[in-house]
Structure formats: C-alpha cells, structure tokens
Design a protein around this ligand. Structure first.
Ligand code: PGA
Length: 249
C-alpha cells in the first residue's frame, strides 16, 4: 500500500511574525486535503507562535541537540522544541552537516533523541556534486544512512529526506529516473534495517528545488512519499500548489 504523501516546508533562517499570515494560509489550504500530511519547520523563534496560529497543523524544528538539557549555549533540545509546540524536527540537513560539521554519528544521536522525546523525525541525506559526477551517489547515501539511521523501530515516526546537495536552492533537480533509482536503494536499506513492514512504512521524501511546476513529476516517482521544500515553502502561493499536486496523485 502506498504511504500517505508528506509535504514539509523548511523555512531555514527566514520568516518573522509577519510571515505567520503565510503559515495560516498554508494550513488552511492543507486542511482541505485530508489525504496529505503537511508541515512547516520555521525558525525556532516562530515555532510557538506558529503552533498557536495554526492549531491542528504540524509545526517542527529544523535541528535539535542530542542531549535533553545542559550547558549548550545556543542549542535547542528535542524536549524544548516539543514544549514550544513542535511535533517533528528535521535532523542532518546538509546545511548542518556541511556548515556545522555534523557527522553521521551526531545526526544519529539527534534522531534518537528526537524520536525518544516523541517528535517525528525527518532525517536528511544527500550527495555533493562531485560524488554524483563520479557515479558514486548511491554508495555515498547508503553509507550516510548506515551511520545516521537511529537504531529504534521506525515506521511512520521517521522519514528520510533524500536531498542531493547540488539540487538545493539551485533550480537543478535530478532526473526522475535518478530519483527512482536512489529512492529504491534507500527503501532497500530501510527494509534491511527495520524489516519489511516498518521499512516499507518509513516515508522517503525528495528535496532540492521542488516547486509547483515539478512536484507532480517528482512526487509520482516510485518510493517518493513526499517532499522537503525550502524556497518554495515560504509563501502559500508557492507551497500550496505542491500540496495540491500531492493530493491529486
Ligand atoms: P530548496 O531547499 O527547496 O530551496 O532547494 C530544500 C531544502 O534545503 O530542504
């Protein structure tokens, strides 16, 4: 059975209180598509006001610390995200892995902390351009998954986002066939790791320059259970067509 589509917006370091109007419009439009799960991950400062403004719509963090509390200036635990109203968090985004030197082991610890706290997790993987050019993308991504998938039962509470780094914010996307091959490989890894039932139920999102124009094609690829969307998630005008594309499949 196909998994429910999951469309998640990652606002990165964008969005202030004025942007809550966009979140409200997105949540309202998403409510009309009961067959699709949608969520927004705003900056940490907006989690509480957004969760309050869009009750019933999922709001998440973009990262969390692996420890539940302590002297970690500037960091956010999974429990604090939950306390602010988050029901999910992204971990292992390439902008964290590359910009903040997060290893697979660090990402795994964050995923585990979030899941045991009760947050749903979107765990990101993806290859840089030179690895794709060397035809080593699949091995690279499977190796990332070996090191960063949490050792706990997955299923609905865990999603993997395949985000080729060279496709993020560039307007470039892999071909549908490249996405199909990568997502099949990721599915195989999830089944190896969690067994046939949970491995099949763990959603695999594609991310990297998803827009209303390419969503139907990308979301229609085998084993693409949703999308993680950056730039095109910042406004209802751009994000709602992606939710609608998922609903129409
Ligand atoms: P993009 O970002 O949609 O702007 O390419 C995707 C992401 O980084 O999650």
């Amino acid at each position: 059975m196909a998994n429910r589509k999951y469309i998640v917006g990652n606002w990165k370091m964008n969005g202030d209180h004025a942007a809550l109007a966009e979140a409200k419009a997105i949540a309202q439009a998403a409510a009309a598509h009961a067959g699709v799960d949608a969520a927004l991950c705003p900056p940490a400062t907006l989690i509480a006001p957004m969760a309050e403004a869009v009750k019933g719509f999922a709001v998440g963090g973009q990262d969390c610390h692996a420890e539940p509390k302590g002297a970690f200036t500037g960091s956010m635990s999974a429990g604090l995200l939950q306390d602010a109203g988050a029901t999910l968090t992204i971990v292992g985004h390439s902008e964290r892995r590359e910009g903040f030197g997060e290893s697979d082991a660090a990402v795994q610890a964050k995923a585990l902390a979030a899941m045991t706290t009760g947050l749903d997790v979107i765990l990101c993987v993806g290859e840089p351009k030179n690895v794709r050019e060397d035809a080593e993308a699949e091995a690279y991504v499977l190796n990332q998954l070996d090191g960063s998938l949490p050792d706990v039962a997955a299923g609905r509470t865990l999603a993997v986002a395949y985000e080729p780094i060279w496709a993020i914010g560039t307007g470039l996307t892999p071909t549908a066939d490249d996405v199909r091959v990568m997502h099949a490989a990721i599915r195989g890894k999830l089944i190896d790791r969690y067994g046939p039932e949970l491995g099949a139920a763990t959603r695999i999102l594609y991310g990297g320059s998803v827009t209303g124009d390419n969503a139907t094609e990308l979301l229609g690829v085998d084993n693409v259970d949703g999308a993680l969307v950056g730039g095109a998630s910042l406004t209802a005008a751009k994000f709602v067509p992606i939710i609608e594309a998922a609903a129409a499949l």
